[in-house]
Design a protein around this ligand. Structure first.
Ligand SMILES: *Cc1c(COP(=O)(O)O)cnc(C)c1O
Length: 482
């Protein structure tokens, strides 16, 4: 496919505007003005529309295909939330509009959304205060760990380490390290979770806290949560709940009730915004009362007269984590989603997420090697069977074969504690027909892979790009090679 620049024809235009008859008044210094036109493609309107439509058809996305990308899945992204977030009254708000006085009427609605979202998330997680600022899950983790660090500093605690089970999401150790802590990995047991006896050996006065991805990357809920929280608290450590995939427990259980002190959620996974592609996200962080003072500034508060305002007067705050209020549009979409589903709807999210994952798990159990052979939460992890591996078909080949069958691959080679991992998350919103079609494709692939050598070494064959050298592609990007 040609680049849009290659399709350019000099002087071709999509729109012709009339010559301006107003004298030019440019207050920009002459030396800063360009003397040549920028090198932009020159095309007709049809050329532009066709170019981008063609590009979009080369894409493999949640609007075209089932997308069981474990952990980082495209969970439910209703279009109505996008529509409401694009209302001009929200989308065109300037973040520097005054809160009250002149422009006050304009900002009260947006401030109200942030405030109400804070209340909703407190209720959902059992926490006492939230910030909406973090712009991603990992950014929320960093914010949460900085809050933990501020707490210890304030108390004069000399803490050095953050404990993280080896079944955690990969961003957890990175965030703790960026916040200045030494990271210690705690191994999981044969059941796929961190157990209390193992953890005991790692407890000492230097422990600032523990980060727990829960359910973990094997899709397993840790049954020892209460004891784990108590152990960490016994050395004045704090316990962090990575709730990126809250769809596993939303409406059913609250991290605040288990004993967690800090939690982050990925609104761009569980609450309506698509995840992936580096698009805007939101990783709100919630904390228990003893940490509320450290939350980033500003915080939306409700005055006695019912109006909303931004509170900057928080001397213990860790400061700004993002410009203004984070990705407000993502928070707004999550708010609409929460209102749409309500308490009962959100419970069904968790029920369906877990049911769908276990349906796939049970149907594939005889065809692939399960990482842990027991009931899972929102996702399940398999590996190719020994026979497939003997035939030189690996997780990577199975992922590529799925593309030809019309499915986005699951997450592969993660979690790292499982060899040849295929991490499947169907999400709460897929129909039984879609799940069955996926299961059939997986079984078909398994049969072929067990029957012959190198079964899918050329897959995918149905896509514009087949098997690029991924290392070279990342290091030596050449977008013209399409
Ligand atoms: C996706 C994910 C994260 C990181 O979120 P980003 O928005 O990608 O930074 C953290 N923890 C878990 C468990 C996740 O699934």
């Amino acid at each position: 496919m040609k680049l849009v620049f290659e399709k350019s024809i000099p002087h071709r235009r999509a729109v012709r505007t009339v010559e301006s008859d107003v004298p030019e008044t440019i207050n920009i210094e002459k030396s800063l003005l360009r003397d040549k036109c920028p090198n932009l493609p020159e095309l007709s309107e049809l050329d532009v529309v066709r170019h981008f439509t063609e590009l979009s058809r080369m894409n493999f996305g949640v609007d075209t295909n089932f997308y069981p990308l474990g952990s980082c899945t495209m969970k439910y992204n209703p279009k109505v939330t996008e529509r409401i977030a694009s209302y001009p009254g929200f989308a065109h708000l300037h973040p520097l509009l005054p809160q009250l006085r002149m422009g006050g009427m304009l900002t009260q609605g947006a401030l109200g959304v942030i405030y109400e979202m804070d209340m909703f998330l407190r209720e959902t997680t059992g926490m006492d205060g939230f910030t909406m600022q973090p712009m991603a899950g990992a950014h929320g983790e960093l914010t949460g760990i900085m809050i933990i660090a501020a707490y210890h500093k304030d108390k004069g605690n000399k803490k050095k380490t953050i404990l993280i089970p080896d079944s955690a999401h990969g961003t957890n150790p990175a965030s703790a390290a960026i916040a200045g802590y030494d990271v210690i990995a705690v191994p999981s047991n044969d059941e796929g979770v961190m157990d209390v006896d193992t953890l005991k050996a790692y407890i000492n006065d230097e422990v600032a806290g523990l980060m727990l991805t829960c359910p973990n990357t094997l899709g397993l809920f840790n049954p020892h949560i209460k004891e784990i929280c108590d152990l960490i608290h016994s050395v004045d450590g704090l316990v962090y709940y990575d709730g990126a995939n809250l769809n596993a427990i939303v409406g059913k259980a609250r991290p605040g009730d288990f004993g967690f002190d800090v939690v982050h959620l990925n609104l761009h996974k569980t609450f309506a915004t698509p995840h992936g592609g580096g698009g805007p996200g939101a990783g709100p962080v919630g904390v228990k009362q003893k940490l509320v003072d450290y939350l980033p500034i500003s915080v939306v508060v409700k005055r006695n007269d019912g109006t909303y305002a931004l509170d900057y007067d928080r001397p213990k705050s860790i400061g700004y984590m993002a410009p203004f209020y984070g990705n407000f549009g993502v928070v707004l979409k999550a708010y609409v989603y929460a209102l749409m589903l309500g308490k009962e709807g959100l419970k069904r999210v968790a029920e369906n997420a877990v049911l769908n994952a276990n349906y796939i798990r049970a149907k594939l159990n005889d065809h692939y090697t399960p990482a842990v052979d027991k009931v899972c939460m929102h996702e399940c992890v398999f590996s190719p069977t020994q026979k497939m591996l003997d035939n030189d078909t690996h997780a990577f080949d199975i992922a590529k074969a799925l593309i030809d069958a019309g499915f986005h691959p699951p997450t592969v080679y993660f979690p790292t504690i499982v060899k040849e991992a295929l991490m499947i998350e169907p999400t709460e919103c897929e129909s039984k027909e879609t799940l069955d079609a996926f299961i059939d494709a997986m079984i078909e692939i398994a049969k072929t892979a067990e029957a012959k050598l190198h079964a899918f070494s050329n897959a995918p064959v149905s896509t514009p790009v087949s098997r690029p050298n991924e290392t070279a592609a990342a290091k030596n990007l050449n977008i013209a090679c399409l």
